[in-house]
Ligand binder design. Structure first.
Ligand SMILES: C[S@@+](CC[C@H](N)C(=O)[O-])C[C@H]1O[C@@H](n2cnc3c(N)ncnc32)[C@H](O)[C@@H]1O
Length: 345
């Protein structure tokens, strides 16, 4: 029953998020609400709300105050934050759904390590074989918003640089006035660059570049975050020719794990072709231990659902070597994040 209990908790949280039920609980410390009152504001059956709610009480997500009355906990209050709820929504709707489909998916495709971004268990479950995970996520407004919101939490879990020292870029900037300083490839909403500007205020923003798919760049431009003011925003598909040549630093965080090895090699080759002999590439990703921890293995299974994978250092060495790159520095931040510096071989 242990497994089913964990899944029941995940399901109950997802339902309460869907119904905006956590928002209906009083947030002040002493106040509680009855299941009947909650059912009333949600316009739902008391029996249904009680049955789903009791799972949250049993798992300590909500606090039992008196018979039939509950209150917020520290955890349920976290679920009021848009980015935190987005992580659960995407985890449940995309990753857990793709796990549920895996038995039938492997019946269909055989016991083959998924390596085609258009033939994933996520697409299989959605009835959309032939579409990539990002085609599927970005086509659905609710999921697209949840995905972008997740990047905030993602950024917190994967510090932009970890212990990496950007001082050399600042020092070399004056000697190479025509070169871009940092190109954030697949940079999403630019959170990594923002973190770099905060830590290194001398990093010239107008010489830094944020790249992503055109729909993402359009959205970032529209949001006009003052923390990205001055940054060059360039729509660029990282599978195609890199538009910015000879930058001091190319940077890619949490993108490679979304893709199978051959796609990563092709993507890294594209970057290698744009790099100058002294350019560096920083990869920020999890580095799998041997054996993998429970969190690393779970993350790897999430990536399997989209034909991506988490990688060991040896896996990174292999794909980098095929792309004409070599590792020059590895800095472990924590079990789910490391900073890997590379140069041309
Ligand atoms: C997991 S997110 C990481 C975002 C960002 N690097 C960060 O760490 O916050 C992966 C990013 O890759 C982008 N992406 C997916 N396919 C892409 C492509 N073909 N070219 C450029 N960016 C792409 C997505 O839009 C998304 O922003």
């Amino acid at each position: 029953m242990w497994f089913m209990a964990q899944v029941s908790c995940f399901t109950a949280i997802r339902l309460f998020l869907k119904w905006n039920a956590f928002e209906k609980l009083p947030v002040d410390k002493e106040s509680a609400i009855s299941w009947a009152e909650l059912a009333d504001v949600l316009r739902g059956d008391v029996a249904l709300i009680t049955r789903i709610g009791q799972i949250l009480v049993a798992h300590g997500i909500l606090k039992h105050v008196a018979s039939g009355r509950v209150a917020h906990t520290h955890f349920s209050k976290l679920l009021l934050i848009p980015a935190e709820r987005a992580i659960i929504e995407l985890g449940f709707d995309v990753h857990a759904q793709s796990w549920m489909c895996m038995p039938k998916y492997f019946d269909h495709f055989g016991l083959v390590d998924p390596n085609d971004s258009r033939q994933t268990s996520m697409a299989f479950g959605e009835g959309r074989l032939g579409s990539t995970p990002f085609d599927i996520i970005y086509a659905d407004e609710e999921r697209r918003k949840a995905f972008i919101a997740c990047l905030t939490v993602n950024a917190r879990q994967n510090p932009a640089l970890g212990k990496y020292d950007l001082d050399w870029v600042i020092k070399q900037a004056d000697q190479s006035p025509s070169r871009a300083l940092v190109v954030d490839v697949g940079g999403g909403d630019g959170r990594a660059l923002m973190a770099m500007f905060k830590a290194w205020p001398n990093l010239a923003r107008h010489r830094c570049v944020l790249e992503d798919l055109s729909e993402v760049i359009g959205e970032v431009r529209h949001a006009a975050d003052p923390d990205l003011a001055g940054v060059q925003m360039v729509p660029a598909d990282f599978n195609k020719e890199q538009p910015i040549k000879g930058a001091l630093l190319y940077y890619i965080r949490q993108c490679l794990h979304n893709h199978p090895d051959d796609k990563c090699v092709a993507l890294l080759q594209v970057l290698a072709r744009a790099m100058a002999p002294d350019s560096r590439l920083l990869i920020v990703e999890a580095l799998l231990d041997d054996p993998a921890t429970t969190h690393q293995a779970a993350l790897d299974l999430m990536m399997m659902g989209i034909a991506g994978r988490e990688r060991t250092l040896a896996n990174f060495e292999e794909i980098l070597d095929k792309a004409g790159l070599r590792i020059t520095q590895v800095l472990q931040t924590h079990e789910l994040s490391a900073t890997i510096e590379c140069m041309l071989t």
